[in-house]
Design a protein around this ligand. Structure first.
Ligand code: NIG
Ligand code: FE
Length: 407
Protein backbone atom coordinates (compact mmCIF):
# COMPACT_ATOMS: atom_id res chain seq x y z
CA UNK A 1 0.00 0.00 0.00
CA UNK A 2 1.20 3.51 -0.76
CA UNK A 3 0.11 7.09 -0.49
CA UNK A 4 0.66 9.37 -3.48
CA UNK A 5 0.62 13.08 -2.64
CA UNK A 6 0.31 15.79 -1.55
CA UNK A 7 -1.54 17.30 -4.51
CA UNK A 8 -2.76 20.89 -4.53
CA UNK A 9 -5.95 19.55 -6.07
CA UNK A 10 -7.34 16.15 -6.93
CA UNK A 11 -10.19 16.36 -9.45
CA UNK A 12 -11.91 13.06 -8.79
CA UNK A 13 -14.77 13.23 -11.34
CA UNK A 14 -16.70 11.17 -8.78
CA UNK A 15 -20.49 11.22 -8.49
CA UNK A 16 -21.16 12.64 -11.94
CA UNK A 17 -23.91 11.27 -14.19
CA UNK A 18 -23.06 9.20 -17.26
CA UNK A 19 -25.19 11.35 -19.54
CA UNK A 20 -26.15 14.94 -20.16
CA UNK A 21 -24.68 18.37 -19.50
CA UNK A 22 -22.42 19.16 -16.55
CA UNK A 23 -21.42 22.33 -14.77
CA UNK A 24 -18.02 22.91 -13.23
CA UNK A 25 -19.67 23.44 -9.84
CA UNK A 26 -20.49 19.73 -9.93
CA UNK A 27 -16.80 18.77 -9.94
CA UNK A 28 -15.46 17.28 -6.72
CA UNK A 29 -12.13 18.97 -6.09
CA UNK A 30 -10.14 17.81 -3.08
CA UNK A 31 -7.57 20.38 -1.97
CA UNK A 32 -4.22 19.30 -0.45
CA UNK A 33 -5.20 15.73 -1.04
CA UNK A 34 -3.54 12.34 -1.33
CA UNK A 35 -4.46 9.03 -2.90
CA UNK A 36 -4.07 5.64 -1.21
CA UNK A 37 -3.33 2.87 -3.70
CA UNK A 38 -3.05 -0.88 -3.25
CA UNK A 39 -2.76 -3.65 -5.86
CA UNK A 40 -3.33 -1.18 -8.70
CA UNK A 41 -6.57 0.15 -7.26
CA UNK A 42 -7.62 3.22 -5.34
CA UNK A 43 -8.41 2.69 -1.67
CA UNK A 44 -9.18 6.26 -0.74
CA UNK A 45 -8.85 9.90 -1.86
CA UNK A 46 -8.82 12.35 1.04
CA UNK A 47 -6.95 15.12 2.81
CA UNK A 48 -3.26 14.18 2.67
CA UNK A 49 -2.54 14.70 6.37
CA UNK A 50 -5.62 12.72 7.38
CA UNK A 51 -4.60 9.86 5.12
CA UNK A 52 -1.13 9.75 6.68
CA UNK A 53 -2.73 9.35 10.10
CA UNK A 54 -5.29 6.83 8.93
CA UNK A 55 -2.78 4.70 6.97
CA UNK A 56 0.49 5.06 8.95
CA UNK A 57 2.04 2.04 7.21
CA UNK A 58 1.47 3.27 3.67
CA UNK A 59 4.72 3.95 1.81
CA UNK A 60 5.03 7.58 0.80
CA UNK A 61 5.34 8.44 -2.90
CA UNK A 62 5.94 12.12 -2.51
CA UNK A 63 4.75 14.63 -5.09
CA UNK A 64 7.15 17.53 -5.40
CA UNK A 65 6.17 21.11 -6.05
CA UNK A 66 2.66 22.17 -6.95
CA UNK A 67 0.81 19.50 -8.87
CA UNK A 68 -2.75 18.45 -9.46
CA UNK A 69 -4.10 14.99 -10.28
CA UNK A 70 -7.08 13.75 -12.22
CA UNK A 71 -8.13 10.39 -13.70
CA UNK A 72 -5.99 9.35 -16.67
CA UNK A 73 -7.67 9.64 -20.05
CA UNK A 74 -9.24 7.14 -22.43
CA UNK A 75 -8.86 7.60 -26.19
CA UNK A 76 -11.77 5.51 -27.46
CA UNK A 77 -11.15 5.91 -31.22
CA UNK A 78 -7.76 5.67 -32.94
CA UNK A 79 -6.20 4.21 -36.08
CA UNK A 80 -2.59 4.31 -34.85
CA UNK A 81 -1.55 1.02 -36.43
CA UNK A 82 -0.52 2.01 -39.95
CA UNK A 83 2.42 2.39 -42.32
CA UNK A 84 3.18 5.26 -44.66
CA UNK A 85 2.39 8.92 -44.57
CA UNK A 86 -0.39 11.02 -46.09
CA UNK A 87 1.14 14.50 -45.99
CA UNK A 88 0.34 14.76 -49.67
CA UNK A 89 -3.38 14.26 -48.98
CA UNK A 90 -3.19 17.18 -46.57
CA UNK A 91 -1.55 19.35 -49.22
CA UNK A 92 -4.09 18.27 -51.87
CA UNK A 93 -7.01 19.07 -49.59
CA UNK A 94 -5.60 22.48 -48.87
CA UNK A 95 -5.23 22.98 -52.62
CA UNK A 96 -8.98 22.44 -52.97
CA UNK A 97 -9.61 18.70 -53.30
CA UNK A 98 -12.11 17.15 -50.91
CA UNK A 99 -11.45 14.07 -48.72
CA UNK A 100 -13.95 12.09 -50.80
CA UNK A 101 -12.42 13.21 -54.11
CA UNK A 102 -8.99 12.13 -52.93
CA UNK A 103 -10.44 8.79 -51.79
CA UNK A 104 -12.20 8.26 -55.12
CA UNK A 105 -9.03 8.99 -57.09
CA UNK A 106 -7.16 6.19 -55.29
CA UNK A 107 -5.53 8.24 -52.53
CA UNK A 108 -6.88 8.52 -49.02
CA UNK A 109 -7.43 5.33 -47.04
CA UNK A 110 -6.32 3.22 -50.01
CA UNK A 111 -2.88 4.81 -49.93
CA UNK A 112 -2.46 3.71 -46.31
CA UNK A 113 -3.74 0.25 -47.23
CA UNK A 114 -0.99 -0.14 -49.84
CA UNK A 115 1.74 0.82 -47.38
CA UNK A 116 0.28 -1.24 -44.54
CA UNK A 117 0.03 -4.31 -46.74
CA UNK A 118 3.72 -3.94 -47.61
CA UNK A 119 4.87 -3.56 -43.99
CA UNK A 120 5.78 -6.53 -41.84
CA UNK A 121 4.05 -7.15 -38.52
CA UNK A 122 7.26 -6.13 -36.75
CA UNK A 123 7.46 -2.87 -38.65
CA UNK A 124 3.84 -2.08 -37.80
CA UNK A 125 4.48 -2.99 -34.17
CA UNK A 126 7.55 -0.75 -33.90
CA UNK A 127 5.73 2.41 -35.09
CA UNK A 128 2.61 1.51 -33.14
CA UNK A 129 4.53 1.28 -29.86
CA UNK A 130 6.01 4.75 -30.45
CA UNK A 131 2.51 6.20 -30.95
CA UNK A 132 1.19 4.40 -27.86
CA UNK A 133 4.06 5.84 -25.83
CA UNK A 134 3.21 9.32 -27.16
CA UNK A 135 -0.41 8.92 -26.00
CA UNK A 136 0.60 7.59 -22.57
CA UNK A 137 2.87 10.59 -22.05
CA UNK A 138 -0.18 12.76 -22.72
CA UNK A 139 -1.98 10.96 -19.89
CA UNK A 140 -3.94 8.48 -22.03
CA UNK A 141 -3.78 5.04 -20.41
CA UNK A 142 -6.66 3.27 -22.18
CA UNK A 143 -6.41 3.26 -25.97
CA UNK A 144 -8.74 1.81 -28.58
CA UNK A 145 -6.90 0.82 -31.79
CA UNK A 146 -8.56 -0.16 -35.06
CA UNK A 147 -7.42 -2.33 -37.92
CA UNK A 148 -8.81 -1.28 -41.30
CA UNK A 149 -5.76 -0.65 -43.47
CA UNK A 150 -5.53 -4.31 -44.49
CA UNK A 151 -8.90 -4.94 -46.13
CA UNK A 152 -8.06 -8.58 -46.77
CA UNK A 153 -7.70 -11.49 -44.42
CA UNK A 154 -3.92 -11.73 -44.02
CA UNK A 155 -3.31 -8.01 -43.60
CA UNK A 156 -6.27 -7.40 -41.26
CA UNK A 157 -4.93 -10.24 -39.11
CA UNK A 158 -1.41 -8.82 -39.32
CA UNK A 159 -2.65 -5.48 -38.00
CA UNK A 160 -4.69 -7.04 -35.21
CA UNK A 161 -1.78 -9.28 -34.24
CA UNK A 162 0.52 -6.26 -34.09
CA UNK A 163 -2.00 -4.46 -31.88
CA UNK A 164 -2.27 -7.49 -29.59
CA UNK A 165 1.51 -7.90 -29.44
CA UNK A 166 1.80 -4.25 -28.46
CA UNK A 167 0.02 -5.21 -25.21
CA UNK A 168 3.26 -6.87 -24.13
CA UNK A 169 5.19 -3.65 -24.69
CA UNK A 170 3.09 -1.20 -22.70
CA UNK A 171 1.31 -1.08 -19.34
CA UNK A 172 -1.49 0.92 -21.03
CA UNK A 173 -4.78 -0.89 -21.68
CA UNK A 174 -5.17 -1.51 -25.41
CA UNK A 175 -8.56 -2.29 -26.95
CA UNK A 176 -8.34 -3.70 -30.50
CA UNK A 177 -11.24 -3.20 -32.93
CA UNK A 178 -11.69 -4.94 -36.29
CA UNK A 179 -12.41 -2.32 -38.97
CA UNK A 180 -12.09 -4.61 -41.99
CA UNK A 181 -15.22 -2.77 -43.21
CA UNK A 182 -13.37 0.52 -43.59
CA UNK A 183 -13.99 0.68 -47.35
CA UNK A 184 -14.32 -1.76 -50.22
CA UNK A 185 -10.76 -2.57 -51.29
CA UNK A 186 -9.85 -1.49 -54.82
CA UNK A 187 -8.63 -4.97 -55.65
CA UNK A 188 -11.93 -6.61 -54.73
CA UNK A 189 -14.00 -7.37 -57.79
CA UNK A 190 -17.38 -7.82 -56.18
CA UNK A 191 -19.76 -5.19 -54.88
CA UNK A 192 -19.72 -3.77 -51.37
CA UNK A 193 -22.28 -6.27 -50.13
CA UNK A 194 -20.11 -9.12 -51.36
CA UNK A 195 -17.09 -7.62 -49.60
CA UNK A 196 -19.09 -7.36 -46.35
CA UNK A 197 -20.04 -11.03 -46.76
CA UNK A 198 -16.35 -11.84 -47.23
CA UNK A 199 -15.46 -9.95 -44.03
CA UNK A 200 -18.19 -11.73 -42.17
CA UNK A 201 -17.44 -15.19 -43.48
CA UNK A 202 -13.65 -15.17 -43.66
CA UNK A 203 -12.27 -12.44 -41.42
CA UNK A 204 -14.52 -12.16 -38.36
CA UNK A 205 -14.51 -15.89 -37.50
CA UNK A 206 -10.68 -15.91 -37.37
CA UNK A 207 -10.62 -12.67 -35.40
CA UNK A 208 -12.94 -14.31 -32.92
CA UNK A 209 -11.17 -17.65 -32.80
CA UNK A 210 -7.78 -16.06 -32.23
CA UNK A 211 -9.23 -13.58 -29.71
CA UNK A 212 -7.81 -10.68 -31.73
CA UNK A 213 -10.70 -8.25 -31.12
CA UNK A 214 -14.06 -8.14 -29.39
CA UNK A 215 -15.28 -5.11 -31.28
CA UNK A 216 -16.29 -4.55 -34.90
CA UNK A 217 -16.50 -1.17 -36.64
CA UNK A 218 -17.80 -0.06 -40.05
CA UNK A 219 -17.55 3.19 -42.03
CA UNK A 220 -21.05 4.04 -43.29
CA UNK A 221 -20.63 6.69 -45.99
CA UNK A 222 -21.15 7.22 -49.70
CA UNK A 223 -17.53 6.27 -50.43
CA UNK A 224 -17.67 3.22 -48.15
CA UNK A 225 -20.75 1.20 -47.13
CA UNK A 226 -24.44 2.03 -47.44
CA UNK A 227 -26.86 2.05 -44.48
CA UNK A 228 -28.92 -1.03 -45.37
CA UNK A 229 -26.03 -3.40 -46.10
CA UNK A 230 -24.19 -2.02 -43.07
CA UNK A 231 -27.15 -2.74 -40.85
CA UNK A 232 -27.21 -6.39 -41.90
CA UNK A 233 -23.46 -6.62 -41.37
CA UNK A 234 -23.66 -5.06 -37.90
CA UNK A 235 -26.52 -7.31 -36.87
CA UNK A 236 -24.53 -10.37 -37.91
CA UNK A 237 -21.40 -9.18 -36.13
CA UNK A 238 -23.47 -8.59 -33.04
CA UNK A 239 -25.06 -12.00 -33.29
CA UNK A 240 -21.54 -13.47 -33.38
CA UNK A 241 -20.93 -11.78 -30.01
CA UNK A 242 -18.95 -8.72 -31.05
CA UNK A 243 -19.57 -5.28 -29.61
CA UNK A 244 -20.22 -2.90 -32.46
CA UNK A 245 -19.35 0.69 -33.22
CA UNK A 246 -19.85 2.86 -36.28
CA UNK A 247 -18.07 5.65 -38.19
CA UNK A 248 -21.27 7.64 -38.61
CA UNK A 249 -22.54 10.90 -40.12
CA UNK A 250 -19.05 12.11 -41.08
CA UNK A 251 -20.02 13.66 -44.43
CA UNK A 252 -23.63 12.47 -44.87
CA UNK A 253 -26.29 12.27 -42.12
CA UNK A 254 -28.37 9.22 -41.30
CA UNK A 255 -25.97 6.49 -40.23
CA UNK A 256 -25.95 7.30 -36.51
CA UNK A 257 -29.56 6.04 -36.65
CA UNK A 258 -28.28 2.74 -37.95
CA UNK A 259 -25.81 2.63 -35.06
CA UNK A 260 -28.59 3.22 -32.51
CA UNK A 261 -30.95 0.75 -34.16
CA UNK A 262 -28.26 -1.92 -34.05
CA UNK A 263 -27.41 -1.22 -30.40
CA UNK A 264 -23.90 0.04 -31.14
CA UNK A 265 -21.69 0.99 -28.20
CA UNK A 266 -20.81 4.22 -29.98
CA UNK A 267 -21.48 6.33 -33.05
CA UNK A 268 -18.36 8.27 -33.91
CA UNK A 269 -17.72 11.44 -36.00
CA UNK A 270 -21.18 13.11 -36.38
CA UNK A 271 -19.81 16.21 -38.11
CA UNK A 272 -22.68 16.12 -40.64
CA UNK A 273 -25.42 14.86 -38.36
CA UNK A 274 -28.91 16.42 -38.35
CA UNK A 275 -30.86 17.80 -35.39
CA UNK A 276 -33.32 14.92 -35.44
CA UNK A 277 -30.49 12.37 -35.60
CA UNK A 278 -28.86 14.02 -32.59
CA UNK A 279 -32.11 13.80 -30.64
CA UNK A 280 -32.47 10.15 -31.54
CA UNK A 281 -28.89 9.41 -30.54
CA UNK A 282 -29.17 11.42 -27.31
CA UNK A 283 -32.09 9.29 -26.15
CA UNK A 284 -30.16 6.07 -26.66
CA UNK A 285 -27.38 4.30 -24.75
CA UNK A 286 -25.06 4.64 -27.75
CA UNK A 287 -22.20 6.98 -26.90
CA UNK A 288 -21.70 9.91 -29.30
CA UNK A 289 -17.98 10.22 -29.94
CA UNK A 290 -16.82 13.61 -31.22
CA UNK A 291 -13.55 13.54 -33.15
CA UNK A 292 -12.36 17.15 -33.27
CA UNK A 293 -9.00 16.02 -34.68
CA UNK A 294 -10.78 14.97 -37.90
CA UNK A 295 -12.60 18.32 -38.09
CA UNK A 296 -9.29 20.14 -37.65
CA UNK A 297 -7.53 17.83 -40.11
CA UNK A 298 -10.16 18.22 -42.82
CA UNK A 299 -11.36 21.76 -42.12
CA UNK A 300 -14.88 20.45 -41.41
CA UNK A 301 -17.41 21.53 -38.83
CA UNK A 302 -17.26 20.05 -35.35
CA UNK A 303 -19.76 17.48 -34.11
CA UNK A 304 -22.70 19.20 -32.35
CA UNK A 305 -21.47 18.25 -28.88
CA UNK A 306 -23.40 21.01 -27.07
CA UNK A 307 -26.74 19.97 -28.58
CA UNK A 308 -26.06 16.32 -27.82
CA UNK A 309 -25.35 17.02 -24.15
CA UNK A 310 -28.32 19.39 -23.80
CA UNK A 311 -30.53 16.66 -25.24
CA UNK A 312 -29.24 14.31 -22.52
CA UNK A 313 -26.84 12.20 -24.60
CA UNK A 314 -23.57 10.55 -23.63
CA UNK A 315 -20.61 12.43 -25.11
CA UNK A 316 -17.05 11.15 -25.45
CA UNK A 317 -14.19 12.88 -27.24
CA UNK A 318 -11.38 10.97 -28.98
CA UNK A 319 -8.46 11.75 -31.28
CA UNK A 320 -9.28 9.55 -34.31
CA UNK A 321 -5.47 9.62 -34.72
CA UNK A 322 -4.86 8.31 -38.23
CA UNK A 323 -2.52 9.15 -41.11
CA UNK A 324 -5.24 10.78 -43.23
CA UNK A 325 -7.95 12.86 -41.63
CA UNK A 326 -6.47 13.29 -38.14
CA UNK A 327 -2.66 13.16 -38.05
CA UNK A 328 -2.20 15.27 -34.90
CA UNK A 329 -2.99 12.77 -32.17
CA UNK A 330 -3.17 15.26 -29.28
CA UNK A 331 -6.24 14.57 -27.16
CA UNK A 332 -6.17 17.56 -24.80
CA UNK A 333 -5.49 20.06 -27.57
CA UNK A 334 -8.36 18.75 -29.65
CA UNK A 335 -10.81 18.44 -26.74
CA UNK A 336 -9.98 21.95 -25.60
CA UNK A 337 -10.52 23.40 -29.08
CA UNK A 338 -13.85 21.58 -29.33
CA UNK A 339 -14.78 23.16 -25.99
CA UNK A 340 -14.18 26.69 -27.29
CA UNK A 341 -16.19 26.13 -30.49
CA UNK A 342 -19.06 24.21 -28.90
CA UNK A 343 -19.08 25.91 -25.49
CA UNK A 344 -18.42 22.87 -23.35
CA UNK A 345 -17.72 23.17 -19.64
CA UNK A 346 -14.45 21.84 -18.24
CA UNK A 347 -16.47 19.16 -16.45
CA UNK A 348 -18.07 18.08 -19.73
CA UNK A 349 -14.71 17.83 -21.49
CA UNK A 350 -13.03 15.95 -18.65
CA UNK A 351 -15.97 13.53 -18.41
CA UNK A 352 -15.80 13.00 -22.20
CA UNK A 353 -12.17 11.89 -22.11
CA UNK A 354 -12.39 9.84 -18.91
CA UNK A 355 -15.33 7.83 -17.59
CA UNK A 356 -17.68 8.54 -20.48
CA UNK A 357 -15.06 7.49 -23.04
CA UNK A 358 -14.30 4.41 -20.93
CA UNK A 359 -18.00 3.54 -20.97
CA UNK A 360 -17.92 3.58 -24.79
CA UNK A 361 -15.37 0.76 -24.55
CA UNK A 362 -17.38 -1.10 -21.93
CA UNK A 363 -15.27 -0.17 -18.88
CA UNK A 364 -16.77 1.06 -15.64
CA UNK A 365 -13.62 0.57 -13.56
CA UNK A 366 -11.69 3.69 -14.64
CA UNK A 367 -11.96 7.37 -15.37
CA UNK A 368 -12.93 8.30 -11.82
CA UNK A 369 -10.66 8.62 -8.78
CA UNK A 370 -12.70 6.77 -6.17
CA UNK A 371 -12.52 3.67 -4.04
CA UNK A 372 -12.15 0.45 -6.04
CA UNK A 373 -11.32 2.14 -9.35
CA UNK A 374 -8.14 1.55 -11.31
CA UNK A 375 -5.31 3.77 -10.05
CA UNK A 376 -4.66 5.38 -13.44
CA UNK A 377 -3.97 9.05 -12.94
CA UNK A 378 -2.41 11.97 -14.71
CA UNK A 379 -0.63 14.78 -12.86
CA UNK A 380 0.00 18.30 -14.13
CA UNK A 381 2.50 20.88 -12.83
CA UNK A 382 -0.01 23.51 -11.75
CA UNK A 383 -2.08 24.51 -8.73
CA UNK A 384 -5.37 24.85 -10.61
CA UNK A 385 -7.08 22.22 -12.76
CA UNK A 386 -8.52 24.91 -15.04
CA UNK A 387 -5.06 25.44 -16.52
CA UNK A 388 -5.15 22.01 -18.17
CA UNK A 389 -7.75 22.89 -20.83
CA UNK A 390 -6.93 26.60 -20.80
CA UNK A 391 -3.42 25.82 -22.06
CA UNK A 392 -4.92 23.71 -24.90
CA UNK A 393 -2.52 20.83 -24.41
CA UNK A 394 0.59 22.98 -23.95
CA UNK A 395 0.65 22.15 -20.24
CA UNK A 396 2.05 18.65 -20.35
CA UNK A 397 1.69 16.00 -17.63
CA UNK A 398 4.33 15.94 -14.93
CA UNK A 399 3.58 12.26 -14.26
CA UNK A 400 1.29 9.46 -15.40
CA UNK A 401 0.38 6.48 -13.21
CA UNK A 402 -0.95 3.19 -14.52
CA UNK A 403 -2.37 0.82 -11.89
CA UNK A 404 -0.57 2.89 -9.29
CA UNK A 405 2.85 2.67 -10.96
CA UNK A 406 4.60 5.71 -12.35
CA UNK A 407 5.09 5.42 -16.13
O1 NIG B 1 -12.14 8.15 -38.89
N1 NIG B 1 -13.59 8.10 -41.85
C1 NIG B 1 -13.01 7.07 -42.01
N2 NIG B 1 -11.91 6.67 -41.40
C2 NIG B 1 -10.95 7.49 -40.74
C3 NIG B 1 -9.97 8.07 -41.64
C4 NIG B 1 -9.00 7.09 -42.02
C5 NIG B 1 -8.03 7.63 -43.01
O2 NIG B 1 -8.28 8.66 -43.66
O3 NIG B 1 -7.01 6.97 -43.10
C6 NIG B 1 -11.58 8.54 -39.88
O4 NIG B 1 -11.51 9.75 -40.14
FE1 FE C 1 -11.84 6.96 -37.43
Amino acid sequence: MKIIGPFKQVVTLANLPLRGSLQDEQLEIREDAGIIVESGKIIKVDDFENLKLEFPNAALEEIEGEQIAMPAFTDCHTHICFAGNRANDFAMRNAGKTYLEIAESGGGIWNSVKHTREASEDELLKDLVVRIDDLVRQGVTTIEIKSGYGLKLDCELKMLRAINHAKEKTPAKLVPTCLAAHMKPKDFNGDTEEYLNYVQEYILPVVQEEHLAKRVDIFIEKSAFQPEESKKFLQKAKAMGFDITVHADQFTPGSSRVAVECGAKSADHLEATSDSDIDYLAKSDTVAVALPGASIGLGDSFAPARKLLDAGGILAIATDWNPGSAPMGKLLTQASILATFKKLSTAEVLAAITFRAAYALGFSDRGVLAEGKRADLVCFPTDNYQNVLYRQGALEPSAVYIKGNKY
